[in-house]
Structure formats: structure tokens, C-alpha cells
Design a protein around this ligand. Structure first.
Ligand code: PLP
Length: 391
């Protein structure tokens, strides 16, 4: 059975060109980038070329790009170093963050006694930035604000420029987890005065195990992995040359095709919204998910009008790979924190969230298959309910 892949917010399939570029590195450029001989220096040049490419994309300086193993590591490094090295005593964050931010913040609270202030979202998943300003002004403590750019479960976009400006005005540092938005939209860090951001290559058809942290030059951040002088001592360890080259190739393809990919995916998303709305009575869309200008175009968070904890399994048996929420929490029995924040008690008991996430490879025919499968499942619930009421 041909699989239909609608879980692109969890990870994306590798592009052929990315695989080719990585295989070439594995076969030919096996030198250690720290070695002074030509094989080593050739590997070093490959890394520096990608660093420059990333910096150009973000309108940043190459020295502000630190290659890491993933988004999780980048976020850990930034948050932990802010506490360990930059004197941060208070973190303002939200209950909607990815686990790698949420757990790191909790760890810093437990082990370092950092004060944590959570901004609560409204039912649409939005934050009141006046409240953020109030909280920023409410303490003299050195503060880090950590708020993600695009939410990985519902796709809500945060106005990171506005938040960055508020942080600047109030002397706070600003970190944004940009893992879902990097390489999917233009980002100009010469115009957005944030201090730190993160990226993971596997979210845009690059390899797993390769990412970077954007670290503003003047910030003074330090790494958490100590050892050799790689990555200007911010991330010791022999560089993952193959992974970095894969990230670079994936970024190159994303940027070259961005307008084509974006318009295709937006059209697919609109088609999905229209078809689901027409076929499944009572369906809803979570957060700002269905609003084009307020959500990431790759994510659509659906609220099915029936309770079915087995939905993922049922769809998988029909050949559709899809998650209910973030991949990290999809095995958990508890509903995700994001859903707990935006759904009311009634919805929590009688509905099922489903995250449909697209890529440029997604077709309308695949969406038709998803809609048919969901309609069938929805109908089975109606029949069940009718049988119950006739008993
Ligand atoms: N942040 C967000 C918003 C994510 O969606 C993910 C991945 O699911 C991560 C961080 C973690 O990235 P990685 O898988 O590279 O550790």
C-alpha cells in the first residue's frame, strides 16, 4: 500500500538532492574539519559555505550561526546558557512551547531556582502582548522571554518582531523556537531584534540530527558541550559535515522553490479546509489554524466532532500517516498541553484533535483519501450513536 504522508510537522522526507549531496560528503569529504591538511580543509570549507548560506537567508553574520545536532539541542543550549552564563533569573514563557523548551525551563526552575512566569493563551491560542509588557515591567530581575514563532500543533504564528521590540525596550533577552518556520518563510534577523533562534533540518526535507542555533553576536552566550574549539567553542565535538551539507542543500532547495512550494501548500490547505467542512458535519479548526495570514501554511489543526482515541491507528491502517498533535507527545495518554489550553471541558470530552501537516509533495488526491477515511470514521460514530439510542 502506498503511504499517504500528512505528518510533515513531525518530520519531512529527504529530498533526493539532499541525499546525493550527503552521500558525496560521506564518500569523498571524510576529512576532519579541524585537520590542517587539504582533506580536512575541504570539509571545513563545505561547513563554512553552509554557514554563509544560512547567514544570508537570515540577514545575519556567519559568526552568529552555530551548528548543532537538532532543534532540541539548540533550544537547550540557549536557555541553559542564559541562566548559567548570562545571569538570567526569570523566564517568561508559555504552556504552548515544545517539550524541549518546556522541560528545559522546568529543569532550570528546579535546579537553578529560576522564576518562571507563564503567559496563558486565549482560546484561539493567541497571547496578549500588553500582558507580556506588563509582566516585563513588573520585575527588576534579568529576564529571558522564550516564545515560539510557529506553534507545532496548531500553527499559530507569533508576531516575533513585536515581541522582540518589547523585549529590547524592557531590557530582556528574547529566544524564539523557530524550528517550524525556518526555511518555510522569509526571516530577516536584521529587522527582527531577537537574540536567539533555533532550526532543525529535518523539518524542511533535510536530515535528522542536524540543526543550528542563531546566537546574536553581542549576546555573550556560551555552549553547554565543552571540549574542542569547534563552532567557536559554543559547540565542541567534530562537526557533522554530512548533516550540515544536507541542511545546506535542503535550505537551498527551500529558498529556490519557496514561492512555488508556498502557493502549492496554501492551495492544498485551503482545499483540505473546504473539503473537510463540506463532508464532516460539526468539524472545527483549532486556534488560528484555518486563517491564512495568522498560521503557518504547513499546519492545519482539526477538531473532529467525535471522541476517538484510536483515530491515528485507524488512519494508519488505511495507509495514512498522521499525528494527533506533536510527534513527541503522540504516544502519551494525556491530551497535549496545547489542547488543554485552547479547548473547553466539553470539547475535551467529546472531540478528537488531528494535525494535518503538508509539504510541497502533498496532492489533492491524497487529501481526498483522507477526507473519505475521516467521513467513514465519522459515519461509524453516527451509526453507533443511533444504535445506542435505539436500545
Ligand atoms: N521545536 C519545535 C517547535 C518542534 O516542532 C520540534 C520538533 O518536533 C523541535 C523543537 C525539536 O526539534 P528536533 O527534532 O530537531 O530536536
Amino acid at each position: 500500500m502506498n503511504k499517504i504522508y500528512l505528518d510533515n510537522a513531525a518530520t519531512t522526507p529527504l529530498a533526493e538532492e539532499v541525499i546525493d549531496a550527503m552521500v558525496q560528503v560521506m564518500k569523498v569529504n571524510y576529512g576532519n574539519p579541524s585537520s590542517t591538511h587539504s582533506l580536512g580543509q575541504e570539509a571545513k570549507i563545505l561547513i563554512e559555505n553552509v554557514r554563509r548560506e544560512v547567514a544570508d537567508y537570515l540577514h545575519a553574520s556567519p559568526s552568529e550561526i552555530i551548528f548543532t545536532s537538532c532543534g532540541t539541542e539548540s533550544n537547550n543550549m540557549i536557555i541553559k546558557s542564559c541562566i548559567n552564563h548570562l545571569g538570567v533569573e526569570r523566564i517568561i514563557t508559555s504552556p504552548m512551547e515544545h517539550k524541549c523548551v518546556a522541560e528545559t525551563v522546568l529543569d532550570m526552575k528546579k535546579r537553578k531556582g529560576v522564576e518562571v512566569v507563564y503567559l496563558r493563551p486565549d482560546q484561539k491560542g493567541d497571547f496578549d502582548l500588553t500582558k507580556l509588557e506588563e509582566v516585563l515591567k513588573g520585575s527588576e530581575k534579568k529576564t529571558l522571554v522564550s516564545l515560539m514563532h510557529a506553534n507545532n500543533e496548531i500553527g499559530n504564528l507569533l508576531d516575533i518582531k513585536k515581541v522582540a521590540q518589547l523585549c529590547k525596550e524592557n531590557n530582556a533577552l528574547f529566544h524564539s523556537d523557530t524550528v517550524q518556520s525556518m526555511a518555510h518563510m522569509a526571516l530577516d534577523f536584521s529587522d527582527i531584534p531577537l537574540d536567539f533562534a533555533s532550526c532543525s533540518a529535518h523539518k524542511f526535507h533535510g536530515p535528522k540530527g542536524s540543526g543550528f542555533a542563531f546566537v546574536r553576536k553581542s549576546s555573550g552566550l556560551k555552549g553547554i558541550i565543552t571540549g574542542g574549539p569547534q563552532e567557536r567553542t559554543l559547540r565542541a565535538g567534530t562537526e557533522n559535515v554530512c548533516g550540515i551539507v544536507g541542511l545546506g542543500k535542503a535550505l537551498e532547495l527551500s529558498l529556490k522553490n519557496m514561492s512555488e512550494y508556498t502557493s502549492h501548500i496554501k492551495e492544498i490547505k485551503k482545499y483540505t479546509i473546504d473539503r473537510l467542512s463540506a463532508e464532516i458535519e460539526g468539524i472545527k479548526f483549532n486556534g488560528r489554524s484555518a486563517e491564512e495570514d495568522k498560521s503557518l501554511y504547513t499546519v492545519l489543526s482539526v477538531l473532529l466532532p467525535f471522541k476517538d482515541p484510536m483515530i491515528g491507528l485507524k488512519l494508519d491502517m488505511k495507509g495514512i500517516a498522521i499525528s494527533q498533535g506533536s510527534a513527541c507527545s503522540s504516544g502519551a495518554a494525556k491530551p497535549s498541553m496545547v489542547m488543554m489550553m485552547i479547548l473547553d471541558e466539553e470539547e475535551m470530552q467529546h472531540t478528537t484533535p488531528l494535525r494535518v501537516s503538508f509539504s510541497h509533495l502533498t496532492s489533492k488526491a491524497e487529501i481526498d483519501t483522507l477526507v473519505d477515511a475521516l467521513r467513514e470514521i465519522a459515519e461509524s460514530f453516527k451509526i453507533e450513536n443511533t444504535n445506542i439510542s435505539h436500545r
